[in-house]
Ligand binder design. Sequence first.
Ligand code: GLN
Length: 474
Amino acid sequence: MTDVVSLSAAQAAERVRAGELAPAELFEAYRARAAADAQDLNAFTWVADGPPADGASASAPLGGVPLAVKDLFCTEGVPSQSGSKILEGYRPPYTATVVERLAQAGAPLLGKTNQDEFAMGSSNENSAFGPVRNPWDRERVPGGSSGGSAAAVAAALAPWALGTDTGGSIRQPAALCGIVGLKPTYGAVSRYGMIAFASSLDQAGPFTRDVTDAALLLRHMVGQDTSDSTSLAFPEPIELPQGVDLRGVRIGVPEELTGDGIESGVREAFNGTLALAEQLGAHVESCSLPHAPHALSAYYLIAPAEASANLARFDGVRYGLRADADDLLGMYTATRAAGFGAEVKRRIMLGTYALSSGYYDAYYGRAQQVRTKIAEDFRAAFERFDLLLTPTAPSVAFRLGEKVADPLAMYLNDVCTVPMSLAGIPALSIPNGLSDGLPVGVQLCGPAFSENRLLRAAHVLEQALGFDGSSAYV
Ligand code: GLN
């Protein structure tokens, strides 16, 4: 364990900018660790040979601190396969806006990380490139779908990473790997160049070792992009969080997301943190999100419906894999049959069914109505509370293979994270101690564009909790 990789990203950037650390040395320290990982965690699908020759200067705000990027972000000339065989060998002609912005701010591409195929999953076991292992226990999953990014940061194979979150894919793996993961407000970060899963839900966000690093990375990610008409200018600069207490902060605890189905070790850690928040001066009170129990059902109609449309473009003509057949229709079907994995096929069938004439109103239309109700529940809660606190995931990391045969059990992992995705609001997960030696996460959420508020509160809790994740990489 070299000294360099024990620095947080913000500390490493400071050293580079002060001339005390050469950016090439920093890059190489991580590159060597990432490249050596292949046989262990399987966190990367591609690792760079070195920093780009035309990279930003060492005086750039992010100081040359290298960035691991989830496979589904298009990166020019570099494999971008979204964890799928159907995109095997695909090297895009352009780079996603957010990756480009971060490179310009001084965070060069370190490598591409493993993920569930097209971001569908909660364990990274749906990747065409093999599962990722959890650095805290190699027999367990890292969570998903951004499992490679989470494992890479937890194991210090990367100082920080990008993931995407559609229903929990940043927050849940962050919780299971003992790191920080933030899903921004929908529209805060450009989706241009992200290989789409469910366009009304997908958001890019940071994975980091601490809250300060999350703020620093997010600061250079947000902003309007003319290539993404759903992106918006962030109304204020992202600040590096300060503060030592939660005086005056009103915290709501939604009954529906903190009761049944939450494993006892997770609940104990959660209750401990509520007590801690009160000691720090917060006003903590229970509240209700009456429609939250319907969030999973609505999500598993809306997300597959959008996916079935988004994934229609993979037909063997334009990208990646092409299977042999006698005619065009045969080539389409043979390519899709050979290229998509079981979970992706399941979702395309579900989504196509939900959108079919005669069922559209009964399923898709109804799910959209539930989505509106969920957003209204949050709006009502934020009239009384500054932020809400819930566990991030109902359990600690489970064993590889434990839930692969039972899709419904797998979907339940998202019970605490999906409501915020449907409402489009920001949420972040920070480490909340250990249960049976495995990391637990706690989730904070707030109204749209309240990222500064969430980061500030998370930073105070983080200081008070004093979680040490270094045993995952020393
Ligand atoms: N686990 C959820 C799913 O499988 C969420 C995935 C995500 O956020 N990309 O859809």
